[in-house]
Design a protein around this ligand. Structure first.
Ligand code: SAM
Length: 223
């Protein structure tokens, strides 16, 4: 499923032309991302996962995206960059005012602010109230709430759309990077999320096979 979603490879789409296909535009985004270098301090996704998010959006021509857990905007920049190619838009939600403010600065620096509707608020309330529909959701906020986020978003997810959840592992918690799973069931800090997602008859769920990933679980809505 993961391979099918990415079809012809990870890197080639980064060269693709699109709505915002100019070299200068792309260079500005790359420069902003390169400044990341693990120094943004926002619990950001690794670069490998940022690239995967970009590719998922571009390859599948997704246009209506939602991110839960903006932090200071690193993954949001990858997603919005992809949406600048497909002609889409991102709603991203963050509860912390400082990180939200910082994200606004990075979005403007990257020249992507017009593709992003950044909301400050508690996603427990903001997400269920969103109208949708969405074809791409990236969940990277409070892990113990992942199941509830999926429940809230699933009716608003288009068929063929995906719900991607970060820091989800196949393996039980052992206090390592993915520590926090319960009862030897796996799922990493997101606890029972993986088991729940796999139990739903209208989702196809797998963990992306990406070197350097921090655990990207991708669920595609099939009907
Ligand atoms: C792991 S960080 C997100 C990193 C981001 N996706 C990136 O790669 O740049 C998780 C973020 O979720 C936010 N968060 C946690 N609970 C939240 C909630 N209930 N509503 C909105 N944001 C929340 C935290 O404040 C934190 O900034």
């Amino acid at each position: 499923m993961w391979c099918a979603l990415l079809a012809s490879g990870m890197m080639s789409s980064l060269r693709g032309a699109g709505t915002e296909g100019t070299e200068a535009f792309d260079a500005r985004v790359r420069e902003t991302l390169a400044g990341h270098n693990r120094s943004w301090g926002g619990m950001n996704v690794p670069e490998a996962d940022g690239r995967a998010l970009y590719d998922l959006v571009v390859r599948n021509n997704y246009k209506r995206a939602l991110e839960i857990g903006t932090s200071n905007g690193y993954s949001g920049i990858w997603i919005a960059w992809a949406l600048s190619k497909t002609g889409g838009k991102l709603i991203t939600v963050e509860i912390d005012p400082g990180r939200h403010r910082e994200a606004l600065g990075y979005f403007a620096r990257a020249g992507l602010d017009r593709y992003i509707d950044a909301r400050l608020g508690d996603a427990h309330e903001v997400v269920p109230a969103l109208e949708g529909p969405f074809d791409f959701v990236f969940c990277d906020a409070d892990k113990e709430w992942y199941t509830k986020y999926l429940e809230a978003v699933l009716p608003k997810l288009t068929v063929g759309g995906i719900f991607a959840a970060h820091n989800v592992s196949e393996y039980p918690a052992r206090g390592g990077r993915f520590g926090g799973g319960r009862g030897g069931r796996g799922g990493g800090p997101a606890g029972d999320f993986l088991e729940f997602a796999r139990s739903l008859p209208n989702l196809e769920t797998s963990i992306a096979d990406i070197p350097g990933s921090a655990g990207l679980c991708v669920s595609r809505k099939t009907k």
